[in-house]
Every structure is written in C-alpha cells, then in structure tokens.
Design a protein around this ligand. Structure first.
Ligand code: TMP
Ligand code: ASP
Length: 239
C-alpha cells in the first residue's frame, strides 16, 4: 500500500508528499480556498473531496483519449497518487469565451464568444501576482526548451477539444481554465496539478449560472452547492 512519507510542498489548495517510490507522490486536496493570489482566503466545505473526485475522473477521461497526465490512482477521499514531476513555472490559460482578467484587460463584456480559443502564458509566482508573459519567455529564460513549449501547446489544443466536448455533453460551457505541466526524470511531459472548478470557469448552459470559484472570488454565495452540482454532472454524466 502507498503511504505518505514526507511533506515536500504545500500550496494554497493541495499538499504533496513523497512515498517509498521516488517516481510517485501523493497529492492531498485541502478545503482551503484562496483568490487574487492569496489576498482573499477562506474555506469551502468538502472542496478537497469534490476536487479530488472531479480531477480523478477528468484525468482518467483525458488518459483514455491519449493525453499523458500525472494521475496514477485515486487513493482515498482526499488523496491521489501522481507521478513525481518537475513542474514548469508556467500557467497556461485557455479561453473559449471572454471572462475574468481578459475582460478587464481589454475592456470587453464577459461571455462574448471568440472566433477561436485564446492561449495565454503566465509566470507562476504569487509574490508577483502571476504576471502574464510572452510564450517565447520560458525558452528565453531557460525554463523550457522550444520543443517542450511546442509539445505543451500541442497537448493544450488537444485537451481543449476534449474538454469542451466533455463539459458540453454535461450541460456546462467551459469558458476558460488554467493548466500546468511538468516533466519526469526521463524528460517526458505530463499534464499536472488538478482540473476542478478551482481553476476553470464553468457556466451552466441556458441559465449562465456560474458553477466555479468565481462564486467565492465574487462573493456570490452557494459555493458548496455549485461544486457539488459540477461533481454530479461530471461523474454521473457520460464516460
Ligand atoms: P483569469 O481570467 O483570472 O486570468 O483566469 C483565467 C482562468 O484561469 C480561470 O478559469 C481561473 C484560472 N486561474 C487559476 O486557476 N489560477 C490562477 O492563479 C489564475 C490567475 C487563474
Ligand atoms: N489561484 C489563485 C489564488 O489562489 C488565483 C485565483 O484563483 O483567483 O490566489
């Protein structure tokens, strides 16, 4: 049985532990919620359990469709076994509609449909508030090779096609979301982190009701209910 050895990283929503196997970590999901790079803090009851369940389901769906992810196995309510990776300090945001910081930056109305998805790179740094950067920056700064950037972008387009259809089939519009990638000791690249309403904007089709962390960021209430609704739609929808 896989058991936790040593805490090696504690982020805002998750903790990573080593195991007896150097290639495997345990990712533990907390109920802690933050927004605006931890300037706003709170708790969403049961969020860790729901996000573990949703992420496990989506990682397995992506794996079945040829996307390499760090997911190995769901171990318990709040824990999954994942591959040990070196995470690139880059957050990739994919936008299918205008919302959030894009709406603010360009003075556009939220909800506007795009002719094609927008892909943005951000530097993963809380002290700097995750600044946006050019996609040429990770190579220029020696964080990634050009080949790695190209591979990540290729995966991102594939993931977006799979994910928009996945959510569409479940009555949800996938507005935008953030992905992180990392590489293993052999330099193979995998999708990492989590896929949950913490890092995605999910609007209910028809009503446009927000079913994601914007309910926490914007004090809209009924946060737990929204996460539970998405979890039900994801896990009880079509495989
Ligand atoms: P943004 O509109 O604030 O740039 O966010 C775009 C998407 O990325 C949204 O679905 C939320 C997600 N996101 C994160 O998961 N973590 C972050 O640190 C940021 C800034 C955004
Ligand atoms: N993930 C970031 C934070 O926790 C930003 C956000 O999701 O709004 O502060």
């Amino acid at each position: 049985m896989l058991t936790k050895k040593e805490k090696i990283y504690e982020g805002k929503a998750k903790i990573l532990y080593t195991t007896h196997d150097p290639a495997t970590l345990i990712q533990y999901f907390k109920d802690d919620a933050t927004a605006f790079n931890a300037k706003k803090k709170g708790t969403i009851t049961n969020k860790g359990v729901l996000n573990n369940q949703m992420s496990s389901f989506i990682f397995q769906f992506l794996e079945k469709n040829g996307v390499k992810t760090h997911f190995k196995e769901k171990l318990s309510d709040r824990e999954m076994a994942v591959r040990a990776l070196k995470i690139f300090p880059v957050e990739v945001v994919i936008r299918n509609r205008v919302a959030g910081s894009l709406a603010k930056r360009l003075g556009l109305e939220e909800g506007r449909k795009l002719q094609q998805p927008i892909l943005e790179f951000f530097y993963k740094s809380d002290p700097l508030d995750d600044p946006m950067m050019s996609e040429t920056a990770p190579v220029a700064l020696g964080w990634m090779t050009q080949k790695e950037v190209d591979h990540v972008k290729e995966q991102v387009w594939k993931i977006n096609q799979l994910m928009t259809k996945f959510f569409d089939d479940r009555g949800i519009d996938l507005i935008d979301y953030k992905l992180e990638f990392g590489k293993d000791a052999q330099s193979n690249i995998f999708l990492a982190d989590e896929i949950s309403p913490d890092g995605c904007r999910l609007w209910e089709k028809g009503t446009g009701e927000k079913l994601d962390k914007d309910r926490f960021r914007r004090d809209l209430g009924k946060i737990e209910e929204a996460y539970e609704k998405v979890c039900k739609l994801i896990c009880e929808g079509r495989p």
